[in-house]
Design a protein. Structure first.
Length: 125
């Protein structure tokens, strides 16, 4: 994942049930949400376009920051575009703020072998 950016200009965030609580973070029905855009990197085993968002490293990010994907924006994540857009939700503002630390960074999985066992590491550069 590269070119990770905040997406605050989405129309849905101007609805009355979304309350801004900090930069790019909204309160919504007792949870906190944020939207991020990014490009995938097929050379790291990720999808080729926005219609096929790869499970990894996304799943590892969800686990690391204790958040989940709450909106896939199917109308925007189409084969004709490289930029993916997802909304993430979590129980705490701190978890969402933690996820937002990946903005502007490079995120990918790297395989490593140790003692004959293969491990996958989440790398955030």
């Amino acid at each position: 994942m590269k070119n990770i950016q905040s997406c605050t200009e989405l129309k849905k965030y101007s609805a009355s049930d979304y309350t801004p609580v900090s930069d790019g973070i909204y309160s919504h029905h007792g949870e906190y949400v944020t939207a991020l855009s990014f490009e995938q990197e097929p050379e790291f085993g990720e999808g080729r376009d926005a219609a096929e968002i790869s499970q990894y490293p996304l799943e590892d990010l969800l686990d690391r920051f204790m958040v989940y994907v709450s909106d896939y924006f199917k109308e925007l994540n189409v084969p004709e575009t490289e930029t993916c857009l997802l909304e993430f939700s979590g129980d705490s503002k701190e978890d969402i703020a933690g996820l937002r630390t990946i903005i502007g960074r490079h995120v990918y999985n790297r395989e490593r072998v140790s003692d004959g066992k293969t491990y996958i590491d989440l790398i955030i550069e």
